[in-house]
Each structure stands twice: as structure tokens, then as C-alpha cells.
Design a protein around this ligand. Sequence first.
Ligand code: PLP
Length: 394
Amino acid sequence: MFSTRQLFFEILAQTSPAPIALEIEKASGCWLYSPEGRKYFDLIAGVSVSNIGHNNPVVINAIKQQLDKYMHLMVYGEFIQKPQVQLAEALCSLLPGALNSVYFTSSGSEAAEGAIKLARRYTGRHEIISFKNAYHGSTLGALSVMGNETLKRAFRPLMPSVRQIEFNNEDSLEAISHHTACVIAEPIQAEAGVIVAEHDFIRKLRNKCTEKGALLIFDEIQTGFGRTGDIFAMDCFKVYPDIVLFAKSLGGGLPLGAFISSRDVMSALCSNPALGHITTFGGHPVSCSAGLASIEYIIEHRLAENACRAGEKFRELLVHPAIREIRGKGLLLAAELENTAVVKKAIKRCLANGLITEWFLFDEKSIRISPPLIISESEIREVCKIIIKSLDEV
Ligand code: PLP
């Protein structure tokens, strides 16, 4: 008889030679529990997914109610399914008026793919600009706009006419031209190690796109729904795109993504040819019910404000000679240490001390601080004590 652990390594495809490989039996709020009854504080939140905490009863209830009605009925876009309509209405009410047409997908990568197709189809252009160290997903189109050669090289040839420019470098915006279909950007680059866009840069990016007739796509997949201290990171800049991408916490813990534009832009996917983007499970009714309950919870409990306060508390309490800098906004933070070796040791010590954290895809010198947004002050104190103790042990 093989143990679950042995089977995990034996028959589940591995994404790296060194997975965390922690077995979890249940989860609640900010905490994960192993089968042996050990509890771990979750400082990653499933990579910015569990904004409202694990197994939030409000979302569980919404899921159960929808399960009693129906699950999958038909591919996206054919039947009228109330959970999709209600969630789209809630999203549009939080966005500027021009972002009023919602296309639901199953994942963030699929939202990026759909948005890139839409921009190419709407503008009739094919050049795409993205940023160095950007992450927009792992499918072929999303990989093409990724700003990291190490992850891309082995999969070439990728999508043609794609180039990466420097984030927060105004001179690099000169690359945007009348040939550019779209520029895709994270207002806060998460996997780069939480690099916040400068106000002037993002405003000039918007202006340049408008001047050249290129669509601006904001990827708010990791920054959305209260994480950065505003409902969306772009709210802090008061700069808005032509297309916005959501996923991760959008589904309240269930798989769901979306790309949202104006009705005029979005109409390019429904004719010539019709069915310009098709998805079977996009906007799954159970995910949409969970998503609506989750957004209502975030607003009712003012979780964006809590993220702001909590972020400040982390900065106040996380003082240690090994921490060189804390970057980010709200509860999307990166604590930079001396080097990758120190980060790896610190993460191991944190795990041994009951805290789960990680480095970033494109920044192995920093540890991730992105817990559920429901974190309380006493939990922040507990977490900071564990991090400081772990850094002392490195
Ligand atoms: N965009 C950003 C900013 C992300 O962080 C991610 C996932 O980490 C994606 C896109 C891709 O989303 P998914 O993993 O749901 O395909």
C-alpha cells in the first residue's frame, strides 16, 4: 500500500524537482491543518487567491445553494445563467463605466489569452508589448508575453511580434507605435517581487496607448479584490485600461477568470467570425455564485481597508537585520533578504515553525507576505514573531 505522499510523487505530474509537498487535510480562515494535526499559518493565500480566508462560511453557503439548483449546463455564452449575470453586474458596478462587458473564463491564463485575441481582432494589428519580469500565465500566448527568458526559452518558437520593455522606464514607452495592438501590464508586478508602478509611468503608459490607438490591458489577476488596499490596484492610480483581467480571488476559492472591456471592443469576438473565443467551463455557475458572495464579503467587511492597515502593521513589526527592504502595497508585500540561499533557509525555518511562505517566480531574494485579507492584529503579531524567530535561526 502506497501512502498519499508516495503517490503524490509517483503519479501526479511534478512542476519542479522540489515541491513544498506539505499534505493538508483541512483549512479554515488563515490556517491550514496537516493530517497529523499540525497547524500552519498561510502567508501565501494560494498565491493571492484566498482573500476572504479559507472555507469562508458565507461562500460555502452560496456554493451549496447553487449546487442544489444546477452545475454545468452548457458552454459559456449560450444559456442565461443568473449567477453569471449577477456577478457581471457586481463587477461592472465596481469598475469605470467604460468597462461594461464581461467575458468569463476558467483561469487567469485563459483571460490573458482571450484579451490578447480581442486586442488583435479589434485593432487589426498584431504587435504586442509587455514588460520585463511580467507574469500573465503559462499557456502559449500568455507565455509569449511573459517577461522572463529562463521560463520561455525552451518553448520557442512562441507567438510572433511580441516584445518586452522596461517597467517604470518612461523612455521605453517610445516602443509603443501605430503597429501596437495592445500593451499588457500589471499595475503592480507581483512575481517580479512586488514592483509597484510609478504614478507618472502608468499615466504616461495610458496616454501613449491612447495616442497610438493601442489597447491597454491591465492584469489585476493577483492584485484584485482588496489585496493592495484598494478594491483594484488601478484605483490607486486612477488610471484605467481598455481591458482588465481578473482571476485568482475572483472565484472566492473556485476556478474563475474574466476579461472585461467596453461593449464596443468586446463585440469584436462575436462576429466575423462568430465564436471568436469559446470556453466550456468559463463562468461556471458555482464559481460565479462563490465569486459574488466573496465580493460582497470583501466590501461588507471592508477588507481592502484591513489590507492597508495590516500591511502597515507588518512593516512596523517586521524589523530584523536580515530584512533589507519591504516592498509592495496593502497585503501584497515582498520582504527582501540578503540572497537566495538565505531566503531558502528562512522559508524552511518558517515551515518548521508553522508558517508557510515562498519566494517569487522572478525574485528569489524575497519572501512573500500575502495572507488572507481577514488577518487579525493578533495573527499579524504571531506571524511576525515566527518570521523573526526563523530569521534568527538562519
Ligand atoms: N497573471 C498574473 C499576474 C498571475 O499572478 C497569474 C498566476 O499566478 C496569472 C496571470 C495566471 O493565472 P492562472 O494561473 O489562473 O492561469
